[in-house]
Design a binder for this molecule. Sequence first.
Ligand code: CUA
Length: 204
Amino acid sequence: MSEHEQDAIVEDGSSETAADQAGHEEALHVEAPQETASHLHIDRYEAAWIRISVGVLVVFMIAVTISSFAIGIQLPGVYDRINPNELYEPGSPFAEPGLRELAPGKYEAYFRGQIWSFVPNEIHVPVGSEVTFYVTSQDVQHGFKITETNVNVMVLPGQISTLKHTFDEAGEYQIICHEYCGQLHHTMYATIYVEEDAPVADAQ
Ligand code: CUA
């Protein structure tokens, strides 16, 4: 074998190696996106379900946003704390609870829950009145649910629960205690009379 031939072989070899490397690199360049694509591959039906799931979440968020900000639907909340032993102190709104008119058609109603009654036992408001309820208990845990409305709060000693409702339809609404509070729990109720013949405009 002559030097020339050897050079040729080496050159050939090196040129082959370079070509191989180029080939590998090309192969890598080609394979890499294929791999990524296979990782991202989502079945058509799976993709459809993902879109539906995301769509449902978006609808829920829109519904919650509209109902809370535009329509004003709120969860029952804790308005304040109060010492149940000081309900009868001067200045306590629960010493003489009841209905107070804030403006035409706007009322606040303070209710005291106790075994086994609500004080006051009844209130009268004109149709269309917006009533904000403030309720607390002087003894044990009670419930405050107004039939045919979404007003439904727990009444706890030490806590003032609050919820607002607009009475658009005339009629009698029962306030019932729906948290078991002892022997005569089932007799604990009060009544809201929403009166047609006393429309909001005349209530001043
Ligand atoms: Cu009060 Cu049940």
